[in-house]
Unconditional design. Structure first.
Length: 94
């Protein structure tokens, strides 16, 4: 069983590479210029074309003030480090 898994792990990538080479070769054989000129073909001249530079754009957010808004008020209560002493309750009866 272990031997079959090893063969399968080696056979599948090799088959995919062979398929890729076959399809690439077949595509280049079928590629022809019936109506367009060869000078403008992007497939024939793919390695002769300069790489397009990405557009330089500023992607930082621009924060615009929409209007005057007052700051939120401070809470009215003051937190205390001491918990209020409440008497213990019995659990509810069922």
């Amino acid at each position: 069983m272990r031997n079959q898994k090893t063969i399968r792990c080696l056979l599948v990538p090799v088959a995919l590479i062979v398929l890729l080479v076959f399809v690439t070769t077949l595509g280049s054989v079928w590629h022809h210029h019936a109506n367009s000129s060869e000078a403008n073909c992007s497939i024939c001249h793919v390695n002769h074309q300069p790489m397009e530079r990405p557009l330089a754009s500023d992607r930082t957010p621009a924060l615009a003030q929409l209007g005057f808004r007052p700051e939120p008020a401070e809470p009215a209560f003051t937190p205390s480090p001491l918990a209020p002493r409440l008497p213990a309750r019995a659990p509810p009866a069922v």
